[in-house]
Design a binder for this molecule. Structure first.
Ligand code: SF4
Length: 346
């Protein structure tokens, strides 16, 4: 579905632009500006396009303000109750604000935020959450319909104020409500959608739930930015988000990893090798496939289409390109030589 485009710093979402991947900072903001900035760089290298911070108080907004000028990706301030914090962050030059207007309170406070955002061309995400709906909608028959209604109420406020730079999210912790609410909303409106399953859970269950919900929506062309919410590190949310986009055919500028699960035949520790190479592989912007196989029996043969592969062969390992062996080396040299070969591929 073609949505209107919204500019968040240098990243444009909606309007047919690539689906952006985002995550959230999981610790309190602090005065360790350099440390946080270098972590932001690492997240960007791993494929993060936008990063959100919780802003519970003025000290946090000041710390966030110090990050904004030097951050390599656009930052979002997540405001829950105090509209003044949104105004402070907008004053510091934040690239986007996320609010749940139901939590902000009186309409005039939302209006204040919208006026300030409008003056500085700062977009706002309205985050509707199935678990924190307005009181009168909490026992509404159908959760998805209640979420859409909640979003429409907010939309009316923004439209009355003539503010169009709005992104919506309709998140629930259950898959069906998330899919249904976003499908209904996108049939009616052209505002960009931020997709996610809220409180999706720990690493594996969270990725499974998010993948099911997000792929259903992305397959219909719904969704302009995604976040995989996990009880885990932000970097894993970023990796999961990018893998969902790659598996959905919406992203092809990253390495596709084929790796065997390992069995009793393995003479090469694929698990250890994958772990070691993962940070490099996820950060490479090369549309290639690599294969990491445990034994020669199914090594180059099964992975003959891979641009680069490695497998065990007796006491040695072999590195192959498109099924052809190019190195026969000791396991201790594997990381170094494999990395050198990776760098040679355009
Ligand atoms: S490639 Fe070899 S080690 Fe890996 S699962 Fe297949 S048979 Fe087992």
């Amino acid at each position: 579905m073609k949505t209107k485009s919204v500019k968040i710093g240098h990243v444009i979402i909606g309007g047919g632009f690539p689906v952006a991947v985002q995550t959230m900072w999981k610790k309190p903001l602090s005065k360790n500006t350099d440390e946080i900035l270098s972590e932001i760089k690492r997240l960007k290298n791993m494929g993060c396009d936008i990063l959100r911070f919780s802003v519970p108080d003025s000290t946090s907004s000041e710390y966030l303000g110090k990050l904004i000028p030097d951050s390599v990706i656009p930052l979002v301030a997540d405001i829950h109750f105090d509209y003044k914090l949104a105004l402070e962050c907008i004053g510091f030059g934040i690239q986007k604000v996320r609010i749940n207007p139901g939590n902000i309170g009186a309409l005039w406070k939302v209006e204040e935020i919208v006026r300030a955002a409008s003056d500085k061309n700062v977009p706002i995400r309205v985050g509707v959450n199935g678990g924190s709906l307005p009181r009168d909608l909490q026992n509404y028959g159908n959760r998805a319909d209640a979420m859409v209604l909640a979003a429409e109420r907010e939309l009316n406020v923004f439209e009355k104020l003539g503010f169009k730079d709005v992104v919506f999210s309709l998140k629930s912790s259950d898959i069906e409500s998330t899919v249904s609410a976003n499908s209904t909303f996108s049939e009616k409106y052209q505002y960009p959608l931020h997709l996610g399953v809220t409180e999706a859970g720990p690493l594996i269950p969270g990725i499974v739930k998010s993948t099911i919900a997000l792929t259903k929506l992305l397959a219909q062309g719904i969704g302009d930015t995604i976040r995989v919410s996990l009880s885990d590190e932000p970097v894993n949310e970023v990796i999961a988000g990018n893998e969902i986009l790659k598996a959905s055919g919406l992203k092809n500028d990253g390495v596709s990893i084929i790796s065997c699960p390992r069995c009793g035949r393995a003479s090469f520790d694929t698990h250890k090798f994958v772990k070691k190479l993962e940070p490099l592989l996820y950060s490479l912007k090369k549309n290639i496939s690599i294969a990491i196989m445990g034994c020669i029996v199914n090594g180059p043969g099964e992975a003959r289409d891979a641009d680069l592969g490695i497998t065990g062969s007796g006491d040695n390992v072999v590195i192959f390109r498109k099924g052809k062996i190019i190195h026969r080396i000791k396991a201790s040299e594997a990381v170094k030589i494999f990395t050198e070969e990776l760098e040679k591929i355009d």
